[in-house]
Design a protein around this ligand. Structure first.
Ligand code: 4AD
Length: 429
């Protein structure tokens, strides 16, 4: 029998040739259903013939065997089936053998079994590492971790993507981001903060990269001279995350790649920065016309990602100085040209993982920006007032944890990077 734990598998032999092993014990072993939990005690052997199909190249000759929990005889999905790559299934088909393919919905319906595959063990270990490195790096740079409310009186990012609820008779919503409160923490004399926590978006579209609930990795900090100070943190932080993942998580990356093949992310020790205008020009030169004062659509972002890869040999870059019209009300306009803003997006493999920038810390300008963006100042007066008590220039950014994992491992669908995803069609399990 094969015993699995934490993504590793080892072959176990239960035979009467083993010391102290009775016929009854061998029979008992044969009654154990797949996926039962066992405690096995035995002697480790180095087999003469290489073992196929297990991660460990040793054999355990079992002497004692206990069943801790017996699984039901037939499970809704089989871990072996859920572990097959598309290539394996295709190759078998070529030989005339039809192997079961477990589709995404079935996997998610029976997620508890699905996450037992080696690839999924790897994905969620990587996810845990990204959060850990994010926290460790920022703590070492003198940032304080803070908690912000998830029940809020109104939206922070604008738009209709808000889950509304009743808060003891008052209209309220689930936080779309910690944006307003992380800025208020800076007004409260905390000069460098970060938040790791759930973020809610009432997304209407069902896409490969949008969830209704995800984990926000948010940073906010005082700026001394220029918003490039925030981009410097993005640069060093994310290069550190990628470096550590590549160093510490080789086994996990290999396990993920064996089911979902992907090429390692190409990035540079110093992250490439392009202005939005430079990006628009690159697209124009490639025959793609975009609004120079609007936002880039998904297709244009992908195309620019390809062009950047061809020209600069990197799949991780920062695009900054976005048109003001494409940014939320709290974004600081450029001092030299108010059509643009002190803001940026960051891309992995042509898809956005971060947005950030400098914020408006001058209350009069903030009111003006709210009016220009159609934001009712009365709903966020508590926030605007925070800048009337003395507020330092500041900026920050927000990344989505699941997007970082999905794009680092080129998983193609954000649901693969969320343990129990919430999307417009799914709230269970
Ligand atoms: O671009 P977003 O909406 O920006 C903010 O929330 C700002 N408050 C951040 C800031 O500090 N300026 O979201 C930030 C990141 C995106 O880049 C993306 O990685 C992720 O959050 N994200 C989502 N991830 C999964 N599902 C969704 N529906 C997401 N929406 C945004």
């Amino acid at each position: 029998m094969v015993v699995r734990g934490k993504g590793f598998t080892v072959q176990c032999l239960v035979t009467t040739q083993g010391e102290g092993v009775s016929r009854r014990m061998v029979k008992f072993a044969a009654t154990l259903n797949r996926e039962s939990i066992v405690d096995a005690i035995g002697v480790v052997f180095d087999p003469m013939i290489p073992i196929k199909g297990t991660t460990q190249q040793v054999e355990l000759h079992v002497r004692k065997l206990y069943c801790v929990s017996k699984a039901m005889p037939t499970l809704p999905i089989n871990v072996e089936d859920a572990s097959r790559s598309d290539a394996e299934i295709e190759a078998a088909l070529q030989r005339g053998v039809q192997l079961p393919r477990v589709n995404q919905d079935t996997r998610l319906n029976f997620r508890v079994i699905d996450i037992r595959t080696r690839a999924n063990q790897g994905i969620f270990r990587i996810q845990s590492q990204v959060g850990t490195i994010f926290r460790q790096f920022l703590l070492s740079e003198n940032f304080d971790e803070i908690q912000t409310p998830k029940l809020t009186p109104g939206s922070s990012e604008g738009g209709s993507a808000v889950f509304k609820l009743d808060y003891k008779g008052h209209p309220a919503c689930l936080a779309q981001s910690p944006q307003l409160h992380k800025q208020m923490a800076i007004c409260g004399d905390k000069n460098r903060v970060f938040v790791i926590g759930p973020v809610f978006r009432a997304e209407d579209s069902y896409t490969h990269r949008h969830l209704c609930e995800f984990t926000g990795l948010d940073v906010e900090m005082e700026i001394k001279k220029h918003y490039s100070e925030v981009m410097d943190i993005v640069d060093r932080l994310f290069v550190a995350i990628f470096d550590v993942l590549n160093e510490r998580c080789q086994k996990e990356l290999e396990a993920i790649g064996s089911q979902y093949p992907f090429k390692p992310l190409k990035y540079k020790p110093k992250t490439l920065r392009l202005t939005f205008e430079e990006g628009v020009q690159m697209l124009k030169d490639a025959g793609v016309e975009v609004d120079p004062l609007g936002d880039l659509n998904t297709e244009a972002e992908r195309k620019l990602g390809q062009l950047v890869l061809e020209r600069y040999d990197t799949e991780f870059y920062i695009l900054h100085r976005y048109p003001l019209a494409a940014r939320p009300f709290y974004t600081m306009p450029c001092y030299d040209n108010a059509l643009y803003s002190n803001s940026f997006d960051v891309f992995i493999r042509g898809e956005e993982i971060i947005s950030g920038g400098q914020r408006v810390h001058v209350p009069e300008l903030l009111v003006e920006r709210c009016q220009a963006c159609g934001v009712d100042v009365n709903t966020i007066s508590y926030y605007i007032d925070s800048f009337r008590y003395g507020a330092a220039p500041h900026g920050g950014f927000g990344a989505g944890l699941e997007r970082v994992v999905m794009l680092f491992c080129a998983l193609g669908n954000i649901r693969k990077a969320s343990l129990f995803p919430r999307d417009p069609r799914r709230m269970v399990p």
